[in-house]
Design a protein around this ligand. Structure first.
Ligand SMILES: Cc1cc2nc3c(=O)[nH]c(=O)nc-3n(C[C@H](O)[C@H](O)[C@H](O)COP(=O)(O)O)c2cc1C
Length: 246
């Protein structure tokens, strides 16, 4: 029913997340818990495929844990049930982020199914994405943590694909994107919740920049969109002479 409603409301594509590790999700039998119940996962895929004609994608992990790495079996099932694309995060549910993502297993998956496989895990830099494509021959790459506070990564990846290394974004460009991102979050959540949620993004946006400790102390006090923008502007002005790429 949910899939049908979303398709009728104009969704371009529908993704079933069989990779989510969050405790409250898996306790309800959803997300990565579906990797432990393939008959149920298959039934869900069949039921969804029957009612939608938009592209259907499925995101999985390598398996529940080290002893239960069933990604090849799951990938085959996903293909058999008519999904258009498989997204695979190269870790198990129990691994968290402690272990390096297994790109070999991702490449193996792409070699076993005909549908496009989008690989995910540790694609943190444009250079890593290039190595990943070379190593795995995957149809696509999905960026996770690499995009946090770093939405420029997509532009840089596309440039590097064409053989061009692009420079880091300048402070004015960062400021412009921060302003736009904050506005979008405030439009979505309202000012109180939007500003609160934006604090973690600001921490990501200022990773690696000088003086970020004092900024972190400050930003907990900011309550309004205007306060955030004024604070960011003052911080960037303070550090601008220290940054080589401005
Ligand atoms: C803050 C955060 C939120 C995430 N939310 C989701 C989510 O809603 N759905 C999902 O499938 N994966 C989610 N992920 C997982 C990522 O999509 C990705 O699979 C994982 O971070 C591995 O890729 P990476 O090593 O490039 O970060 C999230 C990850 C992070 C760090």
């Amino acid at each position: 029913m949910a899939a049908k409603i979303l398709a009728e409301r104009g969704a371009d594509v529908l993704n079933i997340n069989m990779g989510c590790p969050v405790r409250k999700v898996v306790q309800g039998g959803a997300g990565a818990a579906l990797l432990k119940d393939l008959p149920l996962a298959r039934q869900i895929l069949q039921a969804v495929r029957r009612v939608i004609s938009i592209p259907l994608t499925v995101k999985i992990r390598l398996g529940w844990d080290e002893k239960n790495k069933n990604y090849l079996e799951v990938a085959q099932m996903v293909e058999e049930e008519g999904a258009d694309c498989l997204i695979i995060h190269g870790r198990t549910r129990s691994q968290g982020y402690n272990v390096k993502a297994d790109w070999g297993a991702i490449g193996e998956t792409q070699s076993r199914v005909k549908i496009p496989v989008i690989g995910n895990g540790d694609l943190l830099t444009p250079q890593a994405v290039m190595s990943f494509f070379k190593e795995t021959k995957c149809a696509g790459a999905m960026i996770g943590r690499g995009a946090l506070g770093n939405p420029w990564i997509f532009k840089k990846i596309l440039a590097l694909e064409k053989g061009k290394e692009s420079a880091d974004s300048s402070l004015p460009e960062r400021e412009r994107i921060i302003e736009r991102h904050l506005q979008m979050l405030v439009d979505l959540r309202g000012e109180i919740h939007g500003v609160k949620e934006f604090r973690k993004h600001l921490i990501w946006y200022t990773r690696g920049l000088p003086g970020k400790k004092s900024l972190r102390g400050e930003l907990a006090k900011w309550q309004t969109r205007a306060e955030v923008l004024a604070g960011v502007d003052a911080y960037f002005k303070k550090i601008s002479h220290l940054i080589l790429f401005t």
